[in-house]
Design a protein around this ligand. Structure first.
Ligand SMILES: [Zn+2]
Ligand SMILES: [Zn+2]
Length: 93
């Protein structure tokens, strides 16, 4: 995700990650404006996103799919689809 300075719109930024708070301290190199970027805030609506584990699937022989691992994704409660929406749920009548 691309971050720009809210004061001058510059993309020349310096960031320092605060591991404890899970936020990023950002300083604009153009105008010295400093702010805290919350990586868990949705870039579209600003709501707090939550982490969800998504399975990594690999096509095995035939039609079987096997789970080879998990990756963590960020989901917004407003902008992203609910996790439990499975294919066919919408078209079922
Ligand atoms: Zn700036
Ligand atoms: Zn959102």
């Amino acid at each position: 995700m691309r971050i720009t300075c809210p004061a001058c719109g510059s993309g020349k930024l310096r960031g320092r990650r605060d591991e404890a708070a899970e936020v990023v301290q950002v300083v604009c190199l153009e105008c010295d404006h400093a702010w805290t970027h919350d990586p868990w805030a949705c870039p579209s609506c600003g709501r707090q996103m939550h982490a969800a584990r998504r399975p990594l699937l690999e096509k095995a022989r035939g039609t079987q799919q096997s789970i080879i691992g998990y990756r963590t994704v960020k989901l917004c409660p407003s902008c992203d689809e609910p996790e439990d929406r499975s294919e066919g749920w919408l078209s079922a009548s």
